[in-house]
Design a binder for this molecule. Sequence first.
Ligand SMILES: [Zn+2]
Length: 374
Amino acid sequence: MINPYNFVRSDNPMGKKEPNTYECIRGYNGLITCRLETRTPIFTPAPTQRPAGRAAELRFFRIDNRPALPCSSLKGMLRSLAEAISSGCSPFDSRQHPRCNSKKNLCPTCRLFGYLKGNDVHAGQLCISDAIVEDGYELAKERIILKELGSPKPNHEAFYKEAAREQGRKFYYHQSHIKGVRDIPIEGNPTHRNVRIEPLIKGTFRFTIRYWNTSDIELGLLLHSLELPEGLYHKFGMAKPLGLGTIHINIIGWKEYSPESDNPASRYRQFNTNSLNISAESSDSETQKQLRHKIDFFKGAYASEYAHNLGQPATNDLWSLNSKNLNDLKIMLSEVSYSNEIRYPGFRWFQDHSQERLPSTQDIHNGSRRLPDN
Ligand SMILES: [Zn+2]
């Protein structure tokens, strides 16, 4: 048996510094357009009031009556991935991941995504739109009652407490065998703790990211968090432990703004001729090549800096580096072959195995450890 989530370890963190601020326009500014495609059913709920004592009925989130993914959830997903990629600070202030504690000295994730501590605020350097579905999507025809997401948790130190947190950041395995409604684990005897949901079986979405004042390294980190190497995927939304939420993101358009083009007073000045302007609709091979070239350039800038940080030879290929966080991420973001062994240990199991520790990502992957089945 394999627990639905595991931990991505930390490695040498990227250096901290003061972010570029609004007062002057510096660095890179632009707008990136992304396509997001589902690979398993996904679900993200519309706001609703939960009736007392009854199973909650949750509809898929919508904008203008079309399924959509809220920007706040997209931002959360990208931020936690950026944290793992850069070994940046995390919401847990642990020994391994100390949080940033002044806006004058921020890790690249806080510089990009923002930082808040009392009155000490950095708004971040990007703004993500909601993702709107394109035509041809498929919502489940009937609502389904999910198996309970977390089994009742006994006080199980080895799994859930500090010991586990110190291991790193939590990621859920992809479960590529969940293809349609019938594959989703449903509850036969629901109680008030179960939820009834309306999953999206498949769909393609589009969203944009506006960024400003970024350095090449910050922009590189953003691009790495958005576009993963072949065979690695993001996980989004609710019911991740039950196998929902595997998605694929790629960049399809990019418009760079020269500093002046941001200023309405100077909009008639000559547009910077070196700026890229690739609309999401342009598909000829020359513009595609230009787009790839640009993405690789900034990803390479981040990779060299991260290699330097790890004390490894310079490279443009981040994912070829040997670090604990990247090695674990390569497993947790892939469609592992053993995903049909995944399930939450039940209450009984915890009683019988109170000292059992969660096997590491690497131990499971090389086949040396599993949780006992019963
Ligand atoms: Zn930080």
